[in-house]
Design a protein around this ligand. Structure first.
Ligand SMILES: [Zn+2]
Length: 385
């Protein structure tokens, strides 16, 4: 437990300082790759559709082979930050034995074009997580070639999820979510899938100590075009990691918990300490539910289509890249009674009228950065960090 306490207490000093916020590209990671600690090296594993290098970090010479990739979706960068925090803290945390028991192939940014554009998709507008069977894109082929030649014992498929998810039916944000993807339509529990479930239960046990009731499980419907499902069906225990919202939009807090998740996963693989009979424990982790808004204005009087009514307004931030920075633009997502929903920020309208600055209308999709309710001024800006 000391391992996790140590990084938890000292994280702001220990994280890789030159990676910050949501916009992480090849240009951000290259200087860091050029000063990797002892025992780590990097190479170019292949190229993207726009001919950008896909970097891969290698370390360790142990028998348990772990293949990890992040930013398959270009705008999902939290795990990329956590992976570099892992690499740069092995010595500090006294876990060099991980490198004796495991071998790592780590692809920090699988989709460098999407990362550059701050886009989920690659340069051709393809979702690489639906291309695992057809393999039409260079990035998919790079990952599959590495999978075939490295022959991993475990795969970590690292993503970010939107801020809309709660844990089961609770009011808790899903700070992190996990999945042992299905490998067939019947969602059979094969031995490799059970191993993935076992690793997740270990991660969950550790995270519950730091962020209780903020961990959930993703839906396991099967899609062979998804990389996790594909690799699971090829017999390799594969774990989906999803970084979610735990209070800050720049995901520096989630980054810390993702690092703890990574450490706990690698520790149990390194020590060959996978639990037996993990299925039930795994299935007891609550499922994700999409019930969160970023902001929820309750009981406000608004004029919609010429009629005045008391209603609720659900707002979601849209992440927009401008001048190399991500801006969180608040947009009206739903205007309706939202009594069963929760939010990261609640504003009680107290049945008063909501007023926007002039020429602005309350309608779906409208940007709502400032507004007045009963002479109280509200702003929904998120500060840059
Ligand atoms: Zn993703």
């Amino acid at each position: 437990m000391q391992l996790y306490q140590n990084i938890h207490s000292n994280f702001s000093d220990r994280k890789v300082q030159d990676l910050n916020g949501r916009y992480i590209t090849n240009a951000h990671i290259l200087p860091i790759l050029n000063r990797l600690p002892k025992g780590f090296s990097y190479e170019i594993a292949g190229h993207s559709e726009r001919d950008q290098p896909i970097f891969m970090v290698k370390a360790g010479n142990g028998p348990s082979k772990i293949l990890i990739w992040s930013q398959m979706h270009g705008n999902e960068s939290t795990s990329t930050k956590a992976l570099f925090d892992f690499i740069f803290n092995i010595e500090y945390l006294g876990i060099s034995s991980f490198l004796e028991h495991c071998s790592f192939f780590i692809i920090p940014i699988l989709n460098p074009d999407g990362a550059h554009d701050y886009n989920r998709f690659n340069a051709n507008g393809i979702d690489l997580n639906r291309d695992a069977q057809a393999l039409t894109q260079s990035e998919s082929l790079v990952l599959r070639t590495i999978f075939n030649t490295f022959k991993p014992d475990f795969c970590f498929n690292m993503h970010d999820q939107r801020s809309i998810y709660c844990v089961g039916g609770t009011k808790n944000s899903a700070s992190l979510s996990f999945l042992a993807p299905a490998e067939d339509k019947e969602r059979s529990i094969s031995s490799n899938r059970e191993q993935a479930m076992g690793v997740i239960t270990k991660i969950n046990n550790v995270l519950q100590l730091f962020i209780p009731d903020q961990i959930s499980r993703f839906d396991d419907s099967f899609n062979i075009n998804c990389v996790g499902d594909q690799f699971q069906s090829l017999g390799v225990p594969t774990i989906l990691f999803e970084a979610g919202h735990s209070g800050d939009y720049h995901r520096e807090d989630t980054r810390k918990y993702m690092l703890i998740a990574l450490l706990s996963a690698i520790k149990c693989i390194s020590q060959k300490n996978l639990p037996k009979d993990a299925v039930e424990t795994y299935l007891n982790i609550p499922e994700n539910k999409p019930l969160f808004f970023d902001v929820l204005i309750k009981n406000v009087s608004v004029e919609v289509d010429g009629k005045t009514a008391i209603t609720d307004i659900g707002i979601l931030y849209e992440e927009v890249l401008t001048e190399n920075q991500i801006h969180f633009v608040p947009k009206i997502s739903v205007i309706d009674c939202l009594k069963d929903y929760v939010a990261h920020r609640f504003i009680d309208g107290e049945f008063e009228a909501l007023a926007l600055s002039k020429n602005k209308k309350i309608e779906l999709g409208a940007t709502i950065s400032h507004f007045l309710i009963n002479r109280g001024q509200f702003t929904l800006f998120i500060n840059n960090n």
